[in-house]
Design a protein around this ligand. Sequence first.
Ligand code: MBD
Ligand code: FE
Length: 283
Amino acid sequence: TTTEESPTASGSGSNATANFQATRTYRAGQRTADPERVSAVVSAVLDGINRAVLDHEVTYDEFQAVKQWLIEVGEGGEWPLFLDVFVEHSVEEVAARSQDGTKGSILGPYYLPGQARLDTPASLPQRPDERGTPLVFSGRVEGTDGAPLPGAELDIWQADEQGYYSGFAPHLPDGNLRGVVVTDDHGCFEIHTIEPAPYQIPTDGPTGKMIEAAGWHPWRPAHLHLLVSAPGHRTITTQLYFRGGQWIDSDVARATKPELILDPSDTGDGTRSVEYHFVLEQG
Ligand code: MBD
Ligand code: FE
């Protein structure tokens, strides 16, 4: 692979940090949270860290190495990557406790708002020589009462056949394999794309170095990301995976769920095809 086709960790990581800071949506008021809650959560985090130090008899050398590593995560812009891979699944699990309809999954660091709106049937923007197995992904968006939701939006983004995301890899055109597809009068959609490759955490950055040092693998199974929304309904952030795909049972980000696994079939001409129905709750 050429350098051009292998974005560096610092490239994708700092892009993710810049993107987070440009698009963050959390409310500023949450910065002045209830002191009792701050104390409870921060105490629990510090208790966990101090417990690990005592239980594993962490040395001064190790303590200083950790300090240096934390500095590098920040300098490399990898906090969004690190936190979305190792912590977001728990935040999503909490959110899921009050969510009906289609199961959610984590957002991850590579969502970019403001993509092209496409009428169904839609083709996601692709390079003329885009590689990968063609995939036709179709289905319906409906409410928990089963009523179809016309005009619902599927904001979709995915890695390419090499596992890279546009906007976070300099060799890919802006908007590649990203789009907002709008459902028709019957709440139906049809999206023409390619099957993504599994995603590898960049091995040349601090997150990848930590994973390697621990002897873990740095892979997420192949997935499609989606934000599914409709007026008057709660937006679902989710991901869809592929049955039998590599890493499906050992996602480094622990973000798979059995309800979110697609099982595409061959159509006979080298294309694969699959349906999925999304259910949104009111609110
Ligand atoms: C990804 O593609 C992803 O989806 C997550 C959650 C973290 C890192 C890379
Ligand atoms: Fe992803």
